[in-house]
Design a protein around this ligand. Sequence first.
Ligand SMILES: [Zn+2]
Ligand SMILES: [Zn+2]
Length: 347
Amino acid sequence: MVDILPSVCPRCGKPSVGLCRECRAAETAWLICDPRVESIYCPVCDSQKHGKTWSDTMVDRETLIRELAVSALHLHADVRGSEIVISSYDPSPNRTIARMDVSGTLYGVPVSGECTTKIVWRKEQCDRCNRISGGYYEGIIQVRATDRKLSGREMETAARIAEQTEDVLQEGGARLSFVSKIDETKDGLDIVVGSNQMGQAIASDITAALGGRLTTHPKLVGEKEGKRLFRITFLVRLPRYQKGDVVVQRGRYVEVRQTGHGQLQVFDLQDGTNRFIAEDEAERLVGNVGEAETALVAYLYDDIVGILDPKTQGAVECRVVPWLHPEEGGTVLVLRDPETRLFVLVG
Ligand SMILES: [Zn+2]
Ligand SMILES: [Zn+2]
């Protein structure tokens, strides 16, 4: 006995070995759509919840609607080259109706169809906003200077580093790496952060940018799910002197060029030489070259440079320094020594 296959389609009678392609396509439920999809989002920061996980929304609303609508659509695995055109409208503030016109081919037969899904927008406070509003934090970076106040420049640099680190970490997906506040206190700057990895990163970067020493002081604050919870204070102790400070050492004016490990690399403003001195050898602070005033050079005579006091315009004489070559009618940078009232040429 030999099986003879029928040579016509059992449905439509067209010549075919078994069910023809058209009838097979017509019999297949290739387009199924869930009637509703839910999208949980945070009303404060627009984060989206997928399952139990929150993530920042990186796309615009139109793209999000498209993604949600397509997630409701279930195409048969044999559909090829599908194209989906979506149109949507909002019947109410928390509802969006998305209509999808779908076309493609199934078993070589062109197919098209449409379906509609309702997107339900549900508000929920996200993990990050919940922590921020609840005052949650893991670490504090305390920026302090040794025996002086923090300068405006140091405050700005430290705050900028904190903000940049937050941006980089959050763009990399570390949602809970947030700076919850930056406070200027009478002692310095306090930066409160949501994660200790972030605290470590910010504190190290501040130390690298401004010098000084970093120490960490963990404190056990409790336990959560069997894990011990620590709050860490990152103490950044900035050096007594900053770059650009002009100090007096053994009666000479020197400019601090580099600091670290209790040592100062200084530039001697009298003879233009560089050397290292111990921090303790600096007797007193005159000012910082960043605050220097511009003075007009009125005349040059032997080793004397005559400048005009920028405040009074009266003539003042200073000794010429070998590393500076002022010209008559040009300008120089000067610092006023508050103790001796003398001008110090700094540039
Ligand atoms: Zn057929
Ligand atoms: Zn949020």
